[in-house]
Design a protein around this ligand. Structure first.
Ligand SMILES: [Ca+2]
Ligand SMILES: [Ca+2]
Ligand SMILES: [Ca+2]
Ligand SMILES: [Ca+2]
Length: 534
């Protein structure tokens, strides 16, 4: 006989404590040995300059790394300033819609939906106007002019020898995104057959280490180890310049370079950031009973809340997810705790040409709303909305949840922008492990070695340039060690208003079992195609 006494009983949330965490284990990354390296190579003038007016181009098509070394940029618009990066379009934050781009690897660009809406016998809406400075379906680039010879032709096609990029939006102006071409290189851990000595040092880490690389990129546009880099824990577990040079070059023991992309989504405020979901969906942090408001018992499980009536803003939970109980209950629909960036960054789990080494499950860092470093398969049942066990969901990198990930790889990304003396822009990164950001060939953000996710920023405010770096964080993601800001000027970085320059990002995933990656840009003009010569 059922006891109905519970009907209508309003339970205080405080009574229930749902364990949320999941197996936590700590992560950490660090440890090691020692040698020194030396290296320095000659560096010439690092600046890769660029010339005058840029032109444009479409995002697209190529994935490789864009220019390195010296290249001239073609065209440039004059400087643009202002803060709001980009485009006018609105962009929605959350989710869904697929904009143009496709999945993870492959080529960027293209995409767009071609369809347009037109209806019945009428001509459909124009795909866009070439030369208006906004990428529309059917345009590979749009640099805001109708001239040839600047990288983006008068018919909005990318001219030979150029790479162009700009944000692309859905026809209705929502869901804008900007695709960064990325080059990944796969390695095996030092503990695996054919492994690279610098990868998978061990589990102890005292955070990020600065000064492991020299201030200037070399003549190939690649970072060079400093004398501080050694095989010891304080030297970043580096085994010499010869070994380090392999991180971002195309020869064994790395795989062949793997062309990919990192899509940055417009969050509606002018900021573009990468996200976890394949179509721009944000990651959700853990929910607690309090997030469901007042919970009213609705009877035994399977009865569909016959003893309670959801409020206008609530719903029936059967079983009672808010309390982790098999009974039914009525409660509020919680507001998701959303995060930009990707807490499980595994871009080359299944890319052609990757190497083979033992795989590990990924752990989710505190910066994404889950404490205790839970394994993804442990926390996935508690993810809201629920993740079907038998149908991993599509994300920007590997399906979720997954128990097998390919760690030990590097990421190289080049973002070109036109410097303007009155601009106010910021480039941000949060993640692990090694991360170096070079502005026009000069080191700016410096977070070397393997470490838990830390945050680094590069701010360009007029002629003042500032780079910051967290060096370590606690288990809640709060910084416990931060480097003094690195202050510079347009002059020290070699920037001249009106010219285009590269921000080069060199990243390495060096230590399992965490791999997270967040890049965001705000205040840069990404609305009009910027073309550079390859
Ligand atoms: Ca256009
Ligand atoms: Ca043009
Ligand atoms: Ca690997
Ligand atoms: Ca890692």
């Amino acid at each position: 006989m059922r006891v109905l006494g519970v009907v209508g009983f309003c339970l205080s949330v405080a009574l229930f404590v749902v364990a949320e965490g999941c197996g936590g284990q700590s992560h950490g990354d660090d440890d090691d040995s020692s040698t020194r390296s030396g290296g320095m190579s000659g560096v010439g003038d690092p600046q890769e300059s660029k010339g005058g007016a840029p032109s444009s181009g479409a995002p697209g098509a190529n994935a490789g790394i864009a220019g390195s070394g010296a290249q001239g940029v073609t065209a440039g618009h004059g400087g643009q300033s202002d803060g709001g990066a980009t485009s006018s379009h609105g962009g929605t934050a959350g989710g869904g819609g697929a904009a143009a781009q496709g999945g993870a690897l492959g080529n960027a660009g293209q995409g767009g939906e071609a369809s347009q809406g037109g209806g019945g016998g009428e001509e459909s809406t124009p795909a866009g106007i070439c030369g208006d400075g906004e990428l529309a379906a059917g345009e590979a680039c749009d640099d805001g002019n109708a001239e040839d010879g600047d990288g983006c032709s008068a018919t909005c096609s990318v001219e030979a020898g150029h790479i162009c990029n700009a944000a692309r939006c859905d026809p209705d102006g929502t869901h804008c995104s900007y695709t960064l071409a990325a080059t990944f290189r796969d390695f095996n851990a030092s503990t695996a057959t054919g492994g690279h000595p610098d990868f998978q040092p061990g589990y102890a880490s005292d955070g990020a280490i600065q000064g492991l690389v020299q201030e200037l990129l070399d003549a190939d546009g690649k970072p060079v180890q400093s004398t501080k880099a050694t095989t010891s824990a304080t030297g970043g577990f580096m085994h010499g310049q010869t070994a380090f040079a392999q991180w971002y070059r195309d020869a064994p023991p790395s795989s062949k370079p793997i062309a990919g992309e990192i899509v940055l989504w417009d969050d509606g405020t002018g900021r573009f950031t990468n996200r976890w979901g394949a179509h721009g969906e944000q990651w959700h942090g853990a929910l607690t009973p309090n997030d469901y408001g007042v919970v009213t018992l609705g009877g035994p499980g399977g009865t569909g809340c016959e003893y309670c009536t959801p409020t206008a803003t609530g719903m029936c939970y059967d079983p009672c997810i808010p309390f982790g109980s098999a009974s039914a209950c009525c409660a509020e629909i919680p507001t998701p705790k959303v995060f930009d960036g990707n807490p499980l960054f595994f871009p080359i789990d299944s890319a052609p040409g990757i190497l083979s080494e033992p795989r590990f499950e990924g752990k989710v860092p505190a910066q994404y709303g889950w404490s205790g470093w839970p394994d993804e398969t442990d926390m996935s049942p508690d993810y809201d909305p629920p993740v079907p066990v038998d149908a991993p969901i599509e994300t920007a990198t590997a399906p979720f949840p997954s128990t097998t990930h390919n760690f030990s790889f590097t990421t190289e990304v080049t973002y070109w922008f036109t410097y303007a003396a009155d601009m106010n822009a910021i480039f941000e990164f949060t993640g692990d492990d090694d991360l170096w950001v070079f502005l026009n060939g000069h080191l700016a953000v410096d977070m070397g070695s393997w470490h838990v996710p830390t945050n680094g920023t590069l701010t360009i405010a007029g002629d003042q340039i500032t780079a910051t770096a967290q060096l370590n964080v606690d288990d809640t993601g709060q910084a416990t060690k931060t480097a003094p800001p690195k202050n510079g000027t347009a002059e020290t970085y070699g920037l001249v208003s009106g010219n285009a320059y590269p921000i080069k990002v060199f990243h390495a995933e060096r230590q399992a079992e965490g791999s997270s990656f967040r890049i965001s840009i705000a205040g840069f003009d990404v609305g009009k195609s910027l073309c550079v010569a390859e």
